[in-house]
Design a binder for this molecule. Structure first.
Ligand SMILES: [Zn+2]
Length: 462
């Protein structure tokens, strides 16, 4: 396999920033030191550029089945979008049907994911607790490499993925016994279902009722309950897509009390606010995602939580749906709009522009939340998430000087809209190397025939 030397770049890890060369061979980082030379190696000159470890998106939904059809990115288009933005690994989800075993659902999902052009992992979702669930969870962790289990406290109902409190407690108890992590979509589903039905019955059917039916209190209530349940089951928790000040206060308190509680947020909660819903259907429907985009005053609390390490991970919850064929199904009833939007290719540019360049987070914290922390929390470390010899050669060469206005017209994600339409960003992934191969450079994918591999994740001990 060919060798590559990246010369004269400024390396940025979660801990330090320094000038060095990097030698890559056989898909791995072989050496990091000054002035490397090696016969026959391809040289990439990175003068004036930053070098980051490939970013990891711990929360994406490619080809997610819904009543409105699958989310519009499959594993091929979604992974292309990811790599174009500097993400070299993602973690998607196995979501079993009711009655289906976690293991069968895993095998099926792995097959669907085989078109990914980059490496990936899978979390297993638990949508009910049966007599066999504990054994299946153990096998998932031991034999399938999914030591993280997703639970939804919203989306309750006959065909929903949400679980009730008694099943949720059993999942937490089981995960604690087998040394696994439980990730939580924290919104109080019964309150939300009640409000959705109430608004629709009153003829209040436009997207502006989406955030009204999922208030901050519904999130805080679920966060509080999950923290209480986790305390008595001694289970480590990871809250996905935290979006409110109240939730963050509860999470910070649990962390101070010594509970193992991690948190994630997403770029849309940091750069957009709830006024996006006060527009006509075509403009507002793309923002129907859950939890909803919040009032602007929450943003400074989320940035502060990232700075203070109350939130460890910035992921995307990437889950786009086409406006014309999918979101359109809810034109006369907001509860029928499929929930989700795409961010996987914009995460780094948005956090770099609105976080690093505005002085809200340091560039090392940026690398930490986008790469190192997700690797450590989800069992990808010490293969991924850092620039060290022996790690996978997943590397982003970042040009800090480029500017771009985000738009659906030139995006890689397979979607006819873009929730960041018209927003300008500075800095972009100029060259992206995954497993030692240049996959993306100067706005173009080099080789679409490359395939990533499934990463068997080890249990982490927290
Ligand atoms: Zn999600």
């Amino acid at each position: 396999m060919s060798k590559i030397i990246i010369k004269n770049g400024t390396l940025v890890t979660s801990e330090k920033t320094f000038e060095s060369d990097i030698l890559i061979s056989n898909g791995l980082i072989i050496k990091i030191s000054e002035s490397i030379s090696e016969n026959g190696a391809e040289i990439i000159d990175a003068t004036g550029k930053y070098i980051f470890p490939g970013a990891i998106d711990a929360h994406v939904h490619f080809a997610l089945p819904t009543p409105a059809g699958n989310s519009s990115d499959d594993f091929f288009t979604g992974s292309k979008a990811a790599v174009s933005g500097g993400t070299t690994t993602f973690i998607d989800f196995v979501t079993p049907q009711k009655g289906e075993s976690l293991l069968d659902a895993f095998d099926k999902r792995l097959k669907e994911a085989e078109n990914s052009i980059i490496d990936f992992g899978l979390h297993s979702s638990i949508t009910e607790f049966t007599k066999t669930t504990l054994d299946e969870m153990l096998l998932c962790a031991d034999e399938k490499g999914t030591p993280s289990f997703k639970t939804y406290l919203a989306y309750k109902g006959k065909n929903g993925v949400g679980i009730d409190d008694d099943d949720f407690l059993k999942v937490l108890d089981s995960a604690a016994k087998i040394g696994a992590l439980v990730t939580v979509h924290a919104e109080q589903g019964d309150l939300i279902n009640f409000l959705r039905q109430k608004y629709v019955s009153e003829g209040r059917t436009s997207p502006e009722y989406h955030p009204k039916s999922r208030p901050p209190e519904a999130e805080a209530d679920a966060v509080n309950r999950a923290i209480t349940f986790a305390k008595f089951t001694e289970c480590p928790l990871y809250f996905v897509h935290v979006s409110t000040k109240q939730s963050l206060q509860l999470i910070a308190k649990a962390q101070q009390n010594g509970q193992k509680v991690f948190a994630e947020t997403c770029p849309h909660y940091l750069v957009l606010d709830e006024t996006v819903y006060n527009q006509k259907f075509e403009k507002s429907a793309p923002y129907v995602l859950s939890p909803p985009i919040r009032h602007k005053h929450h943003q400074k609390n989320i940035w502060k939580a990232l700075t203070d390490n109350v939130i460890q991970v910035a992921a995307t919850d990437h889950c786009p749906f086409n406006l014309k064929t999918q979101k359109e199904l809810g034109r006369h009833d907001f509860t029928k709009i499929p929930n989700g939007a795409g961010s996987v290719e914009f995460r780094l540019s948005l956090l770099y522009t609105y976080g690093v360049l505005e002085g809200k987070i340091s560039i090392n914290q940026f690398v930490d939340m986008c790469s190192t922390q997700p690797a450590k929390i989800f069992g990808l470390y010490p293969k991924k998430g850092d620039l060290k010899s022996g790690f996978d050669a997943d590397i982003v060469i970042w040009n800090p000087e480029t500017t771009r206005i985000l738009s659906a017209s030139d995006q890689f994600q397979n979607c006819d809209s873009n929730i960041y339409e018209g927003i300008s960003v500075k800095g972009s992934a100029e060259t992206v190397i995954a497993n030692g191969k240049v996959l993306f450079s100067n706005g173009k994918l080099f080789d679409e025939t490359i395939r990533g591999k499934y990463i068997f994740r080890e249990r982490m001990r927290f």
